[in-house]
Design a binder for this molecule. Structure first.
Ligand SMILES: NC(=O)c1ccc[n+]([C@@H]2O[C@H](COP(=O)([O-])OP(=O)(O)OC[C@H]3O[C@@H](n4cnc5c(N)ncnc54)[C@H](OP(=O)(O)O)[C@@H]3O)[C@@H](O)[C@H]2O)c1
Length: 474
């Protein structure tokens, strides 16, 4: 069976990819916006079509000869995600129909349309309706509510809130019912949808037990070994709650707002098709799913995170800007006495719990300032203490390039008046560390000059500490 996977770098797509690779009889093709986002092995072993859902030629290449296509495209990180998601779905189903694709498998959100339904959910429902509009291509539309798994946005929000705040002041909508589901179960339904013997459109609501958001938070606290209290108050508006989440959790304001708006309406299963068509899948309980997520975090085995999407399209948007950077802080050291592999391992351990090679309190302060300005701050941390991959985020940076034993390039995603990069390059016997800044207007220049004294200490110390750490590991 020839299967197309879209959204392979997203939260769900990355996990699904791992499972699809082990399925017998499945020939996999990827549709990604940047080929570099896939490992060398993946590109060598599988067909890869590079393109965007707005490029119908690329879609045609991706969908030709395909039996079943997973549709996991979602643009929540964009301001106009509603229009983008609509257009992407229209392009996709039209091309899939023209190419004779038999089945599209889409994962959307649970819920019904009413006056309380959030914009985000309405958009997810619209995508499902568009994808189900073909007369010849069948669509299996799985609908999940809150997905619980290490790195999922909803779980990370709950985890950060309960870990940081003993008393949780919440909006009154935490009384609303939802039906969560473990990410592993979502993957089971997605995989089983490939071989489902049914040829008409099908909507399948999936989830475990029905519970209030408030109980989900208290249960999550319990699983983390914490006793927490909840105080729902009427004055927590959507905007105030979104700022609150932005401040205490890793999610940016826009994502927080979309999720908070969704709390107002019940997101529970509306049909029994999961039990009827997939009787072999028995979803695990909410408590069990939280325990699994916590275990994965503790064992440093987070496969994907909500922030993975969009990471790998950087080079199409501002790759050349770095060459125009006006300000550069460059540090260079001789590394002839060091093994390149060890040095690179130290370099790529930067950030998260490992810290920033000294002056960590200054990085912490910068993180707090960034949060106060509505940025992501340092709370995203690292997915894995040792491993780094292209496109993923690292505190308030994003990995823009990673070439083993040669180069690590980080792009700053903090709120700054301009664009900034931090680069580590191993060239022959030299380690070159460069901080680039492309200022925006006068404020950008003032920003850079005001930080010059701090940069002097931070960056000089950084390269020296990298060498010291490499000596320690030797
Ligand atoms: N995560 C959850 O908690 C959750 C809960 C319920 C339902 N769902 C549903 O599950 C589906 C997948 O969600 P997710 O969380 O995995 O999303 P995600 O992490 O935001 O990933 C979205 C994917 O879409 C791709 N994409 C975005 N715009 C594109 C475009 N124009 N052309 C081609 N690809 C594009 C991105 O590709 P790049 O890698 O190139 O950036 C990324 O891989 C969504 O329909 C969502 O509603 C998710």
């Amino acid at each position: 069976m020839k299967v197309l996977l879209t959204g392979a770098n997203g939260y769900i797509g990355r996990r699904l990819k791992q499972h699809l690779l082990t399925q017998e009889g499945v020939e996999l093709r990827f549709f990604v916006r940047n080929k570099k986002s896939l490992s060398k092995e993946m590109v060598e072993k599988h067909e890869v079509v590079e393109g965007d859902a707005f490029d119908t030629e690329a879609l045609k290449k991706a969908l030709e000869g395909i039996d079943a296509a997973y549709y996991l495209i979602h643009s929540l990180n964009n301001k106009n995600y509603k229009e983008l998601d609509k257009l992407a779905a229209e392009n996709f189903i039209q091309t899939a129909t023209a190419c004779g694709v038999k089945r599209v498998i889409y994962l959307g959100g649970l819920g019904v349309k009413n006056s309380d339904t959030s914009e985000h959910l309405l958009s997810r429902l619209e995508t499902g309706e568009i994808l189900s509009s073909s007369h010849t291509t069948q669509t299996i539309w799985l609908r999940a509510g809150v997905i619980i798994g290490s790195g999922s946005a909803s779980f990370e929000i709950m985890r950060n809130l309960v870990e940081k705040l003993p008393l949780l002041i919440t909006p009154k909508w935490v009384q609303t019912y939802a039906q969560p589901i473990a990410v592993d179960d979502v993957i089971k339904y997605l995989i089983a949808s490939l071989s489902l013997e049914y040829d008409k459109n099908l909507t399948v609501d999936i989830g475990c037990e029905k519970m209030r958001y408030k109980d989900m938070m208290l249960e999550a606290a319990k699983a983390l070994g914490l006793k927490r209290w909840l105080l729902p108050v009427p004055f927590m508006s959507i905007t105030l709650s979104s700022y609150w989440l932005n401040l205490f959790t890793p999610v940016p304001f826009r994502v927080a707002k979309a999720l908070i708006e969704g709390l107002k309406s019940e997101v529970t299963m509306q049909n029994n098709n999961a039990a009827e068509f997939y009787p072999q899948i028995k979803p695990i309980s909410y408590t069990e799913s939280v325990k699994r997520a916590v275990e994965q975090i503790e064992q440093n085995q987070v496969i994907s995170r909500w922030s993975d999407a969009d990471g790998a399209i950087w080079d199409k948007s501002h790759a050349n800007q770095i060459n125009d950077a006006i300000f550069v802080d460059r540090q260079e050291v001789d590394i002839s006495a060091y093994e390149k592999e060890k040095l690179f391992k130290v370099i790529t351990s930067i950030g998260g719990k490992n810290g920033w090679f000294g002056y960590d309190f200054l990085w912490e302060i910068r993180g707090v300032i960034d949060k106060a300005l509505g940025g992501v701050g340092l709370s995203r941390g690292r997915r894995d203490e040792c491993d780094l991959r292209l496109g993923e985020c690292l505190d308030f940076w994003r990995v823009e390039d990673i070439q083993k034993n040669e180069r690590l390039l980080l792009f700053a995603q903090m709120k700054i008046p301009g664009s900034a990069w931090l680069e580590f390059k191993i060239i022959d016997n030299k380690l070159v560390q460069s901080a680039y800044f492309y200022p925006k207007g006068i404020w950008g220049r003032i920003y850079w000059y005001s930080l010059v004294p701090l940069h002097y200490f931070i960056f000089k110390n950084m390269i020296e500490s990298i060498l010291k750490n490499a000596e320690k590991d030797a």
